[in-house]
Design a protein around this ligand. Structure first.
Ligand SMILES: NC(=O)c1ccc[n+]([C@@H]2O[C@H](COP(=O)([O-])OP(=O)(O)OC[C@H]3O[C@@H](n4cnc5c(N)ncnc54)[C@H](O)[C@@H]3O)[C@@H](O)[C@H]2O)c1
Length: 349
């Protein structure tokens, strides 16, 4: 798909990125700082300070800052948002990228192979779920705070499908970092799969409600295994011979969603370049340099269609029933609702 975008609207936006010290987060920061954004990287790793300093030096953009952040700590997240607001030249936040994530494979192994003697151990320890803490609770904290701060962005308007990218100044945007594990189970990696399915669930809920309730647009990227520090040697060994995605494609996809304010509720899967055979519908891997190849695919595009049809039919039936019952139905329904506590009390005696 065509991911060409005009980077001009990125200029001047204040963008918060969790997990900004490494991999995709550091790549987003460098790309958007070069386009003139005010970038605030949050990360548990203090090396983010050097990453921010390097980006400032490379881009000559002074509005790049690092704030130490542990996404699993509510206090730390509140501090991250408040401090970012103080650092934002226009006093608001345009985009929040909930990117920080881990996959603790030791935890995954232990989860599926319980080694504690739960029958006889006098006080068996609970399993740890650091992956869920970071990828799910951490993301929920970030998104909850984003839903508070984004609508307060001075000069921002509720998101609109019709808005031209070039018109945008202030924005209200949440970008979630899903994974191929949002779309497909990663065998032996249950906690990671659960966490990324959860992030997808969050996207599918919020992409419907957040634009209406807060004027906030919500998008998600779901990368396949991609060359970044996230991919440690054991995983690389396991995937030997399998083509990896490129970080550049993930950064392109994210930049497209950040730059174009008309992107609302979009989900993009990224991976190694594949060619679609239009006659068979089959995907073929890797033929470098062919412009029919794509690394980015739209997913969950028609996700809400069945829900829309269901809701529409249900409402039609309900409205028909309400009409048929008329005022008498309303009066008896209201009487039933108001007397309900008394009836409950009576039956529980
Ligand atoms: N690289 C891949 O193959 C791949 C594929 C799909 C999805 N993802 C997702 O993309 C996101 C970024 O991954 P990446 O490839 O850039 O990996 P990465 O390891 O390079 O970056 C992750 C960053 O998150 C930070 N982090 C970890 N725990 C944190 C915490 N408690 N608080 C704050 N920061 C914390 C790390 O310090 C690190 O800087 C993750 O959510 C990951 O699940 C990665």
């Amino acid at each position: 798909m065509d991911l060409s975008y005009d980077p001009a609207p990125i200029k001047g936006k204040t963008i918060l990125i969790t997990g900004g010290a490494s991999g995709f987060g550091a790549g987003f920061s460098a790309r958007w700082a070069a386009a003139g954004a005010n970038v605030i990287l949050g990360d548990i790793n203090p090396a983010g300070e050097e990453v921010a300093a390097q980006i400032r030096q490379d881009t000559q953009n002074e509005n790049v800052h690092f704030i130490q952040l542990d996404v699993t700590s509510w206090t730390s997240q509140v501090n991250f948002f408040r401090e970012s607001l103080r650092l934002s030249p226009h006093g608001g936040i345009d985009t929040v990228v909930a990117n920080a994530g881990i996959n603790n494979s030791e935890e995954s192994r232990a989860f599926e192979n319980p080694h504690v003697d739960y029958l006889n151990d006098p006080s068996p320890p609970a399993p740890t779920f650091k992956t869920l803490d970071v990828n799910l609770t951490g993301v929920m904290y970030t998104v909850h705070l984003a839903l508070f701060f984004l609508p307060k962005n001075p000069g921002s308007k509720p998101c609109q499908q019709e808005s031209a990218a070039s018109e945008s100044g202030r924005d209200r945007h949440i970008l979630l970092m899903g994974s191929v594990a949002s779309l497909h189970p990663l065998i032996t990696q249950a906690p990671y799969t659960v966490s990324k399915h959860g992030v997808l669930g969050l996207f599918r809920s919020l992409r419907v409600t957040a634009p209406v309730s807060a004027g906030v647009r919500v998008n998600i990227i779901c990368p396949y295994y991609t060359d970044s520090p996230f991919m440690q040697t054991p995983v690389r060994v396991l995937l030997a011979g399998v083509p990896l995605g490129r970080s550049e494609d993930v950064i392109d996809a994210a930049s497209y969603l950040v730059a174009d304010t008309a992107c609302i509720g979009r989900s993009l899967a990224t991976g190694p370049k594949l060619k679609l055979d239009s006659s068979t519908g089959e995907l073929e891997a890797l033929h470098d340099g062919n412009d029919k190849e794509r690394a980015v695919w739209e997913c969950y595009l028609h996700d809400s269609d069945p829900a829309d049809i269901f809701t529409q039919r249900m409402l039609t039936v309900v409205h028909a029933a309400v009409k048929a019952r008329g005022w008498a139905g309303w009066v008896s329904g209201m009487a039933g609702a108001l007397t309900w506590p008394v009836r409950q009390w009576w039956t529980s005696r």
